[in-house]
Design a protein around this ligand. Structure first.
Ligand SMILES: Nc1ncnc2c1ncn2[C@@H]1O[C@H](COP(=O)(O)OP(=O)(O)OP(=O)(O)O)[C@@H](O)[C@H]1O
Ligand SMILES: [Mg+2]
Length: 450
């Protein structure tokens, strides 16, 4: 983003000189000769920085400063003063001017002051962004739906115990966010939170990741390595994608959960740890148990407390709040502040197969594409416009004059026959009725076969 500098000064030649100097520095510029016009530009153009003359024909410069600060408290304003005494300059600084420069001034000095102030805003923006990244990840669950508020209450309650927690839910529903929230709200919050993705590593590597290994335990084990369980001592271990763990590893994990002790790979010393276990999966563990790919006893060990995060489409009330949260998060970076009603409506009507993660990605993408400060429907990806119907739905044009149920039935039978290529049994199947029912209805409507 090229910074935009607004120059408010009634002296035309001064404006011209400043305008040229700023453009040479690579900034965009706006110029106003009157205080009122300057304030309007602050409202409409959201400049990054303003150079303001203390003496203007229509308004006192200090007044303009006050109003400008009311419009945008963060806007850095550099006062130019030719006739001002030091007192007025100090007054201006008290009201919130970033700096002042006395006329006649050295252009290089002004450029430097501008550069410094722009750097300060850039750093502030980055800090805000990083902070929101942290709160987003560490414990700040954004939600307003009843179902999620109940889950947050449950998280707060179970955080204080040491019970194992199993978090389930589709991909992107916030399982890791929930796990972090449990840890952050627990008495263990100033001890480590150690996540490990059980799907990311082949069995042997996973074993030594979890339990560590001794030097020489296998080729390449040149030094002792501490496992995640050891690292998580007094804290929390987060076993992500637990359903992907092999049966062999499941047996080893079960032993740790039962005995709270284990040995490093290639080691003989038995180590005891105090670790709280949180596991997560987007799979149906019940199914996996039936198929024999997941141990039932491990399931019961993990599932002491079960938290299921519903997909976003089942808690649409959260969409506006989440969207606003992500706009705040990315808006600072891309200068986007809000989202139009129409765009919000599209977000609320979409079925979100990728859940909160998808919403977050779409808002970030739109914030990048959007050139103004508001996200509009045209900034949203195409899939949000597509009609959201499941393939089993039938589209019916409902004319103002009404529609006859009988006519519709005939229409449907004809369509089914067309689709089945005249095969009656198939057509009946498509309509969910028996073949004789189809024959009866066809006769009723005078439908001829062949
Ligand atoms: N309620 C929420 N409030 C704020 N941010 C959220 C919320 N839920 C999810 N997110 C954000 O959405 C993204 C996905 O969340 P997370 O990684 O916790 O999902 P997950 O269920 O673990 O997904 P996966 O199954 O794919 O690992 C993250 O960037 C997270 O910060
Ligand atoms: Mg996850």
């Amino acid at each position: 983003m090229v910074p935009k500098i607004l120059i408010i000064d009634d002296e035309e030649h001064m404006c011209w000189a400043l305008d040229r100097a700023m453009r040479q520095e690579g900034y965009q510029t706006e110029v106003a000769y009157r205080g009122r016009d300057g304030l309007n530009l602050i409202r409409e153009e959201s400049p990054s920085l303003t150079i303001l003359d203390l003496r203007l024909p229509d308004m006192d410069g200090l007044e303009v400063l006050k109003e400008a600060k009311a419009i945008n408290p963060k806007l850095p304003i550099i006062m130019l003063t030719a006739h001002g005494t030091i007192e007025t300059a100090i007054e201006a600084m008290k009201i919130g001017a970033a700096d002042y420069i006395t006329k006649p001034f050295d252009l290089e000095e002004l450029k430097l002051v501008i550069k410094q102030n722009l750097l300060v805003i850039q750093l502030e923006t980055e800090v805000t962004f990083l902070r929101s990244e942290l709160t987003g990840k560490y414990g700040n669950i954004i939600a307003q739906s009843k179902i999620m508020l109940d889950i947050i209450a449950l998280i707060e309650r179970v955080a204080h115990s040491n019970a194992s927690v199993l978090i389930t839910g589709e991909s992107g529903t916030g399982k890791e966010v929930a796990a972090v929230a449990i840890h952050q709200n627990s008495p263990r919050h100033n001890k480590p939170f150690i996540p490990i993705n059980c799907a990311a590593l082949p069995e042997q590597l996973l074993e030594s990741e979890l339990f560590g290994h001794e030097r020489g335990a296998f080729t390449g084990a040149t030094a002792r390595k501490l496992g995640r369980f050891e690292l998580a001592d007094k804290g929390t271990i987060f076993l992500d994608e637990i359903a992907e763990m092999s049966l062999n590893m499941q047996a080893k994990l079960l032993r740790v959960l039962q005995e709270k002790s284990f040995e490093r790979v290639g080691g003989t010393e038995t180590l005891s740890v105090d670790v709280r276990v949180i596991a997560a999966t987007n799979r149906e563990l019940g199914e996996a148990i039936k198929k024999g790919t997941f141990r039932e006893d491990l399931f019961y060990r993990l599932n002491v407390i079960h938290i299921h995060l519903p997909p976003l489409r089942e808690r649409k009330e959260d969409i506006p709040l989440l969207a606003k949260h992500f706009i705040q998060k990315y808006g600072h970076v891309y200068q986007v502040e809000k989202i139009s009603l129409e765009a919000m409506e599209l977000l609320c009507n979409y079925h979100w197969p990728g859940n909160v993660r998808e919403l977050q990605n779409i808002i970030e993408r739109s914030a990048i594409i959007c050139r103004g400060n508001e996200i509009e429907p045209e900034h949203l990806p195409r899939e949000l416009y597509a009609p959201q119907r499941s393939s089993s739905d039938v589209v019916v044009d409902f004319p103002d004059s009404g529609i006859s149920l009988e006519g519709l039935e005939k229409e449907l039978i004809l369509k089914a026959l067309e689709k089945s290529g005249g095969n009656q049994t198939k057509a009946a199947q498509l309509l969910g009725i028996t073949r004789s029912a189809l024959l009866y209805r066809s006769q009723k409507h005078d439908i001829n076969w062949n």
